[in-house]
Write a protein that binds this ligand. Structure first.
Ligand code: 13P
Length: 278
């Protein structure tokens, strides 16, 4: 470490991140919110990729108008957070319990202890493969928020639901049932249509706009005025080539990016597009 012990360095890093604006999810009402571009590395990343994380963090510094974060595999969090102490590193999931007999799981406190400042919950890959229910996702979000982590809560419809015309209804219900109670100022929502994830397919800007406006209305109905300050990210095949068009849609306050977040060369153009749209 350059200065002091690991906990001291982490505390200083968190203070710097907070000063820079990360975590101030509740902004003005009618003003555009500061965009958040978060990378979800999913099950990708080894020690040899720390240099890429560093390259992303270094390049992101040129875009102070955008909050940038990387959610990496939990086993990489501590090394990533040490490598880029001024940059927001997050987890991709968290258990709802504080501790105990949950083999293979990671608690919110463990994420934080490792250096994470945020976590994703309710990603469709977990809702599907790990059969996570809305109740479980809500409990996870609650646990992470209680511990002081920022939360990106994912919702999204299947292709079948989209084609049957039920997308908005399904996603509104998911949000209603997954949304933690209480203060929503450390929360962001990611709308990720399942059929758009990793497929190269993206909804029309009209469909993205319709969903984001519906989510905004639900957030305000549930959280009151602070619901207008919750960032709603779009996720699903976001790339440098389509980011500007997506960020121009009303109530799109950033992106949750999978494949294109693995390399600075792919990710930074998305951050640049968010800065341009800010
Ligand atoms: P892709 O950007 O690879 O489509 O993944 C999106 C996603 O699932 C982010 O959480």
């Amino acid at each position: 470490m350059r200065n002091g012990s690991w906990p001291d360095a982490l505390g200083a890093a968190l203070a710097r991140i907070k000063r820079r604006g990360y975590g101030h999810f509740a902004k003005g009402t009618m003003m555009a919110l500061k965009k958040l571009v978060a990378g979800n590395w999913k099950m990708n990343g080894l020690s040899s990729d720390l240099a890429e994380i560093k390259a992303i963090a270094d390049a992101a510094r040129d875009f102070p108008a955008v909050d940038v974060a990387l959610c990496v595999p939990s086993i990489l969090i501590e090394r990533a957070a040490r490598a880029v102490p001024n940059f927001a590193i997050g987890g991709q999931d968290v258990h709802f319990a504080d501790k105990g007999a949950h083999t293979g799981c990671v608690s919110a406190q463990m994420l934080q202890d490792a250096g994470a400042v945020l976590t994703i919950v309710g990603h469709s890959e977990r809702r599907d493969a790990q059969r996570e229910s809305n109740d479980e996702v809500r409990a996870k979000a609650q646990a992470a928020l209680s511990c002081g982590l920022e939360v990106i809560l994912c919702v999204g419809e299947s292709l079948e639901q989209r084609e049957s015309g039920d997308a908005v209804k399904v996603v509104e219900r998911q949000l209603d049932e997954s949304l933690p109670k209480g203060d929503c100022s450390h929360l962001a929502i990611a709308y990720e249509p399942i059929w758009a994830i990793g497929t190269g397919k993206v909804p029309t800007v009209g469909d993205i706009g319709e969903m984001h406006v519906a989510l905004r209305q639900r957030l305000i109905a549930r959280c009151g005025e602070p619901g207008s300050g919750v960032r709603i990210l779009y996720g699903g095949s976001v790339k440098g080539s389509n980011a500007a068009e997506i960020f121009a849609v009303a109530d799109v306050d950033g992106a949750l990016v999978g494949g294109a977040s693995l390399k600075a060369a792919d990710f930074i153009p998305i951050v640049a597009a968010a800065a341009e749209a800010a």
